[in-house]
Design a protein. Structure first.
Length: 110
């Protein structure tokens, strides 16, 4: 029981502080529940205002979608240098095979 007493032993100042904190919290709860934060008044938005606002939202959404799309760059594997091949993650053997293929200059006849 001595273990529990040490946790519930407060000085007079500490007890007064806790009591004051509980009172302040209770008053704030009463204020929050008593005061109406929302009213039942209907705000009349004209259809034209609503439509212009909706068009603005739609245009902003389209701009965001365009920004998120990945940009496609033109890619021609015939013009890959050693540096670009390594940057693409190709092994040295693959780069050598590509360079050897380019050196052959094979032309297919139909």
């Amino acid at each position: 029981m001595k273990f529990l007493k040490s946790h519930f032993w407060y000085t007079k100042n500490q007890r007064n502080g806790v009591f004051l904190l509980v009172i302040v919290l209770f008053i704030l709860q009463v204020i929050i529940f008593a005061s109406p934060f929302s009213t039942n008044e209907k705000i009349d938005l004209g259809k034209s205002k609503l439509l212009t606002f909706q068009k603005q939202l739609d245009s902003l959404r389209l701009v965001e979608i365009q920004k998120r799309k990945p940009k496609i760059f033109p890619f021609n594997p015939n013009y890959i240098s050693d540096f670009k091949g390594e940057r693409l993650g190709m092994s040295l053997e693959e780069i050598d095979r590509l360079l050897a293929f380019r050196e052959k200059k094979q032309v297919r006849e139909f």
